[in-house]
Design a protein around this ligand. Structure first.
Ligand SMILES: NC(=O)c1ccc[n+]([C@@H]2O[C@H](COP(=O)([O-])OP(=O)(O)OC[C@H]3O[C@@H](n4cnc5c(N)ncnc54)[C@H](O)[C@@H]3O)[C@@H](O)[C@H]2O)c1
Length: 330
């Protein structure tokens, strides 16, 4: 019996991997093509305890099949994907291929080789421009960019696969804006566009200025509002989802804190915790950015007993900054 974790050298996958290694005794097999993930992170996590790592692309179905058979994989946590909204607008086919087509190939393999439980990393972006915030899981699904559509299509494939093959169950986790770090690992991709990471880079002088995209949104201060969730709370949701699926049917859950912070509030918090008054420039809105995205996460709390431990923007900014400093020093 083993858990296959795709994208385990990336930001969120590596934090889930860390918790699996620390809190469970499960055998874990990790695959990643290292396109945005990083080998050093795998090496750090191998110090906790042993797991199998294969540097392969998700389209290498032959190798995936071999790993599923050899290790007796019964559960899959699927993170591997392309995730930059603006890039998906410029290059949509990359997103439909890497996110939807390759996920479909993986799901087919799982069904054919008796995988029982599959946890999928989806996103608040599938809700598009929601008419009501906080958003619950039944809100209409109308993503406004190819990244969101590529994820929504994968959700549909997964639901149809479970309907047709009831022994193959899934949980879809739609999480909001993940940020922060867990000490010795963090977000390594230097071109990342996530605001908290970019603000930490600006505080350390790795960027000349931080750009805030859009100051004319219908929000409290005109900048976008997002539900920032610490990566360790997201990781905990994966461990809970695996347990949940052992005794419950397939389902979909939001993961967020239920309240939002504006871009300006994030920038000011990072300036405060870093003590650096870095330069901030206002830039035009980015295509595909909704004004507000805040989760209603009552369902995951009620059904999985998930309780956030790190719901604190200062803590999120401090841990992101501490990680960024570590990256800087190496
Ligand atoms: N970061 C967020 O705020 C956020 C929010 C909601 C959902 N998600 C989802 O979480 C998942 C992980 O996101 P992340 O922030 O850790 O991104 P990331 O880029 O850090 O991690 C993705 C990992 O997948 C690997 N990868 C990509 N394509 C691959 C392929 N074809 N074959 C093998 N490996 C491949 C990359 O090398 C990387 O290690 C994604 O599915 C993303 O859609 C992220």
């Amino acid at each position: 019996m083993a858990i296959l974790l795709t994208g385990g050298a990336g930001y969120i996958g590596s934090h889930v991997l860390k918790q699996l290694l620390e809190k469970t005794e499960e055998n874990v097999v990790v695959v990643d093509n290292l396109s945005t993930g990083n080998q050093a992170c795998i090496d750090t996590l191998l110090e906790i305890r042993d797991f199998h790592f294969a540097k392969i692309d998700l389209d290498n179905l032959e190798m995936l099949e071999m790993l599923i058979e050899r290790f007796g994989v019964t559960e899959v946590l699927h993170f591997a994907a392309s995730i930059v909204v603006s890039e998906s607008v410029q290059n949509p086919l990359k997103y439909y291929k890497n996110n939807t087509a390759k996920t479909t190939g993986l799901i087919e393999l799982c069904v054919n080789f008796g995988v029982k439980r599959f946890v999928f990393s989806s996103t608040a972006v599938v809700y598009g421009e929601p008419s009501v915030n906080p958003i619950d899981e039944d809100a209409s699904l109308a993503p406004i960019n190819p990244y969101g559509r590529s994820k929504l299509m994968s959700e549909t494939v997964l639901r149809d696969a479970s309907n047709a093959h009831p022994a193959f169950k899934h949980v879809i986790l739609r999480y909001f804006n993940v940020a922060g770090a867990a000490g010795d690992i963090g977000e390594t991709f230097s071109d990342a566009t996530h605001l908290v990471k970019v603000a930490a880079q600006a505080a350390l002088g790795a960027r000349d200025a931080l750009k805030v995209f859009g100051g004319d949104y219908p929000t409290k201060d005109g900048t976008c509002e997002r539900d920032y969730i610490h990566v360790e709370d997201v990781a905990d949701a994966y461990l809970k989802a695996l347990e949940y699926l052992k005794t419950h049917p397939s389902d979909t859950f939001n993961v967020g804190y239920g309240h939002g912070f504006s871009d300006r509030e994030v920038v000011e918090t990072m300036q405060r915790v870093s003590g650096v008054d870095f330069k901030v420039e206002m830039a035009p809105r980015r295509e595909g950015d909704p004004a507000v995205l805040v989760a209603n996460s009552a369902k995951i709390k009620r059904y999985m007993g998930w309780e956030p431990q790190c719901d604190d923007l200062e803590h999120i900014c401090k841990t992101a900054l501490a990680w960024e400093k570590k990256l800087h020093e190496n």
